[in-house]
Ligand binder design. Structure first.
Ligand SMILES: [Zn+2]
Length: 227
């Protein structure tokens, strides 16, 4: 009887060990906002700081007024630009997986609005707003595509607050997307340090340069659906 017990004990120990080992090695990449519940008006609920990269983000974006087809197309392009920036600025640790754009809706994680001033505003862990008036930069500067690029960088800046919990760098001399006047779309060394201390599983290449990284790595194409 005692022998049977000990045999049972050994078997139980083996099962526990197998489960433990498979949990350790079976780390699956993280996902913020899944197909069942995309990031929406309630902001970020997941505990995402310890997720294993690459962390895919799926979200709902809303245009807070009835936009015409041309504007919707430009918003789609600006989200694609944001997807490139997010993936390359984080060296593949986080990327945009899916965005559903709802016209004439405020029930969303990203709010596209016509703001009188500023490029946008955000709360740490909360939703954020970007200014679609930036799309008019094409006409003002005479450079086609300028508005899409600046709006894409504006989304990256506000996402930097909302998801990455980075502060504004206005008034500094840093070249960083968190300091829009520096006209830079990458993160500064100080932001890199902060990101690595906050996101415990993230790794950046040594002497990181976005252009070099982009030569060797592909940015996943996001699924963008306009409704
Ligand atoms: Zn910075």
């Amino acid at each position: 009887m005692q022998k049977m017990m000990s045999l049972g004990g050994v078997l139980l120990f083996c099962v526990v060990m197998i489960l433990f080992v498979s949990c350790q090695s079976g780390k699956t990449p993280g996902a913020v906002g899944t197909d069942g519940s995309l990031l929406g008006p309630e902001g970020i609920k997941e505990d995402y700081k310890n997720m294993v990269p690459p962390v895919g983000v799926s979200l709902i974006a809303g245009v807070g007024y009835k936009a015409d087809q041309e504007t919707l197309d430009k918003i789609k392009q600006s989200l694609k630009r944001f997807a490139q920036l997010l993936c390359s600025d984080t060296y593949g640790n986080m990327y945009l997986k899916k965005a559903i754009v709802r016209n004439n809706s405020k029930e969303s994680y990203i709010h596209f609005e016509k703001l009188a001033k500023l490029g946008g505003h955000a709360r740490f862990g909360g939703t954020f707003t970007v200014n679609t008036n930036l799309l008019d930069l094409d006409k003002r500067t005479g450079q086609a595509g300028m508005g899409i690029r600046v709006l894409g960088a504006g989304i990256m800046h506000e996402f930097g607050h909302s998801m990455l919990l980075l502060k504004d760098e206005y008034g500094t001399k840093r070249k960083c997307v968190m300091h829009p006047q520096s006209r830079t779309t990458t993160f500064c060394p100080s932001c890199h340090e902060e990101l690595l201390s906050r996101f415990t599983n993230w790794k950046f290449p040594v002497q990181a340069k976005r252009a070099d990284w982009l030569k060797k790595n592909n940015v996943p194409e996001p699924v963008i659906i306009i409704k």
